[in-house]
Design a protein. Structure first.
Lengths: 627, 72
């Protein structure tokens, strides 16, 4: 609680206490009026002052002004009948309780959400004259050396120059398994160093580092307002004047009608009271606070789960996702080529791999890298000589005195070796040793572990169609799509082709349906920005992707896509609940008030109650762990 | 040119009113007020001095909501 809130709480308690005490005091007339004025002024003086200023500034439909009119009107009625002053005080009291609760809840959730995103490092350790000195991370220059001790946050992006450790990246990615880093590896700010001391050479300034960029993104997220928020602020603008005019009409028209047409007594006091009841419900606060709060909580909760949403509008759009378009490589597959199968003839599988790795030892091609990785042992270059690379075909080298040819079908034809085709899809590396076919190795991109579940999860999250775009060949694309259960595949596309396809799909989709494109942020920035919602995954550190995407997944687990959609759907469900609930209750109260069934007590109770419930409901959007 | 300013305001509807007031201020191209983060993003028209425009924005905001502050 801050100072303002504490002061308000004291005023609320004091006024409530006085009101109860006065209820039991047997005084009458002017003294009674004077005594009741005390709690009224205690609880309402600021409203009256603000109302006065509002009149000065010609703000007629100011809540304070309306509240002042309603309560002063009620007091006037009470004086006239020497009746019940408690009503006016209670209305003011509950109104203030509502405002107090709103301010408390909003403040609390503000803090909660910023704690969730508590990745801002407070200092950086720099070595000066052999001692560690703590400096502001802003002061560390590019290329400077910083030291991160166990338990500390990495303040600036950089490269490890000394030491190794495991890092807790959960605040950034939501991933609980620690990441190992060692010398020469890149390290991103915001991770927590868990075990060893690390010396890091910074590669970016603090302001450009991952942690600053993420914080910036989250803090500015709700500035891009959603349609629901716009609707509510437009609604609020008409709501108050409308209710006030109806109140005026209610105070004047029925009595006049009764007098002139029906010939009944006018009952001015009764209708005046009903009009005052209207004014009590005229504040649109419950709605106006709960909608942005829902979005704020939703974005905060998503951020905590490793899903950065760049604006309320994207969260809203994402809840209507019907089409999900994937880029294959790096999104559904790992984008890393690995030896998938070895089909050998007479030679041992290991031997075949060993020869392949040795023959390819001089090459840095991704294929040869994956061969070396599959071999897994250090390569003794002295066993290889006379390496000849035949461009577009492969390599011929002499390994242990044997002539080893490693390459594609063209190479085999060239050497006039009879080779066998493979039924596997992927890149086939044929091998011939001393002119005799020795078998082939299948190298392919591996499907990500959760990719299949991710596609299924999307379906259950309301996505009607999943589509995969890839630059890869048909056979590979078809196979991946079939394995994952993807509905449509478009293969052998150039980057421009992907944009075109997405545009075609955008034309096909229905008016309210939304299309999501998921990419890894490499080469697909144009598609990311063209889709309704562009999701970049595993994009930490890739500035272009963070820039182009609307939603950034901090790790590269495809399951997060469905999670993001579920988070957005929950948030929007809460938003609609709040809109209907708050407007509904207000309309009911207005009707009951007009009919004289609801008195001011009920009106203010309902109004404050709706606000409290709506705010509590909004905060629910924060809890996304189990989604 | 766009700039972000810290604000202080207690109720969400007041924040909306401040947004409207800021938008209507001369020299302001567009403005959004974020009640949750208590920030005001202001886009200025070409060739305007942000400082003097913001003083106007603050004055206009105070007119619609007495109990608010814009930290320039």
């Amino acid at each position: 609680m801050n100072k303002k809130q504490k002061k308000m709480l004291i005023r609320i308690i004091l006024a409530a206490f006085l009101m109860i005490v006065l209820h039991f005091l047997p005084v009458k007339g002017a003294i009674r009026f004077g005594l009741y004025l005390v709690p009224y002024l205690i609880i309402g003086y600021d409203i009256l002052i603000k109302a006065g200023k509002g009149i000065k500034n010609r703000q007629v439909f100011d809540e304070n002004f309306l509240m002042a009119v309603a309560t002063l009107g009620a007091i006037m009625l009470a004086v006239y009948k020497d009746g019940d002053y408690t009503e006016a005080i209670a209305v003011m009291l509950f109104y203030q309780v509502g405002e107090w609760f709103q301010s408390y809840a909003v403040g609390k959730s503000r803090r909660n959400i910023s704690e969730l995103m508590d990745i801002r490092p407070d200092y950086a350790n720099v070595e000066q004259d052999g001692k560690l000195v703590q400096v502001d991370p802003d002061e560390v220059e590019i290329g400077g050396i910083i030291i991160v001790q166990p338990g500390e946050k990495v303040p600036v992006d950089g490269i490890v120059t000394e030491g190794s450790s495991s890092l807790d990246t959960s605040a950034l990615t939501g991933e609980s398994i620690p990441r190992e880093v060692g010398r020469g590896e890149e390290i991103i700010s915001g991770c927590i160093n868990m075990t060893g001391v690390l010396k890091i050479r910074t590669t970016k300034e603090f302001g450009e580092s991952t942690v600053s960029r993420i914080l910036d993104l989250v803090e500015n997220a709700s500035s891009r307002k959603s349609k629901s928020e716009d609707f509510i602020s437009r609604f609020a603008k008409v709501y108050t004047p409308l209710v006030c005019c109806s109140a005026l009409a209610l105070a004047l028209l029925p009595p006049l009608l009764r007098m002139s047409v029906l010939g009944l007594p006018a009952e001015w006091g009764d209708w005046f009271y009903r009009a005052l009841t209207f004014l009590v419900i005229s504040c649109p606060c419950a709605l106006v606070v709960s909608i942005p709060l829902s979005f704020f909580a939703g974005i905060g909760g998503a951020g905590n789960a490793g899903v950065l949403v760049k604006g309320s509008n994207y969260l809203e759009a994402m809840s209507r996702t019907r089409y999900v378009v994937f880029d294959k490589t790096g999104t559904l597959t790992q984008g890393v080529f690995e030896v998938n199968a070895v089909h050998h003839n007479s030679l041992d599988q290991e031997k075949l791999l060993e020869y392949a790795a040795l023959a390819e030892s001089a090459s840095s091609h991704p294929i040869s890298k994956s061969l070396k990785k599959a071999y897994g042992e250090p390569i003794d270059r002295s066993r290889v000589n006379d390496i000849r690379e035949i461009s577009g075909n492969g390599v011929i080298a002499s390994v242990d005195g044997l002539s080893v040819a490693v390459g594609n079908a063209k190479l085999m034809k060239r050497l006039q070796v009879e080779y066998r085709d493979c039924h596997h899809t992927g890149t086939i590396v044929h091998m011939a040793i001393d002119g005799v076919y020795a078998g082939h190795i299948v190298i392919s991109d591996l499907i990500k572990p959760h990719a299949k579940e991710a596609v299924a999860a999307l379906k259950s999250a309301g996505v009607t169609r999943t589509i995969m775009l890839t630059g890869d060949v048909d056979a590979v694309a078809e196979q991946v799509a079939e394995e994952l259960g993807i509905d449509e595949v478009y293969s052998e596309l150039l980057p421009e082709g992907k944009v075109k396809k997405v545009e075609e799909l955008l034309e096909k989709r229905g008016g309210k349906e939304r299309l999501v494109f998921v990419g890894d942020g490499i080469n697909d920035a144009p598609v990311l920005s063209r889709a309704d919602i562009g999701i970049a995954m595993g994009a930490l550190g890739s500035d272009a992707a963070i820039e182009a995407a609307d939603v950034v997944l901090m790790d590269d687990d495809p399951l997060k896509i469905a999670k993001a959609i579920r988070i957005s759907r929950k948030c929007l469900r809460i938003v609609y609940e709040n809109i209907w609930f708050a407007i509904g209750i207000k309309v009911i109260c207005l009707l009951l008030g007009a009919l004289g069934i609801a008195n001011m007590w009920l009106a203010v109770f309902a109004d404050v109650g709706v606000m409290i419930l709506a705010v509590l409901n909004a905060i629910r959007a924060l809890f996304v762990k189990k989604l | 040119m766009k700039k972000t300013y810290k604000i202080e305001v207690d109720c969400a509807n007041c924040a909306n009113k401040m947004e409207d007031a800021a938008k209507k201020t001369a020299g302001v191209k567009n403005a959004t007020v974020n009640f949750m983060t208590l920030k005001m993003n202001v886009e200025f028209e070409e060739g305007q001095d942000p400082k003097s425009v913001m003083r106007e924005v603050r004055a206009n905001c105070k007119k619609v909501e007495d109990d608010c502050e814009v930290f320039i």
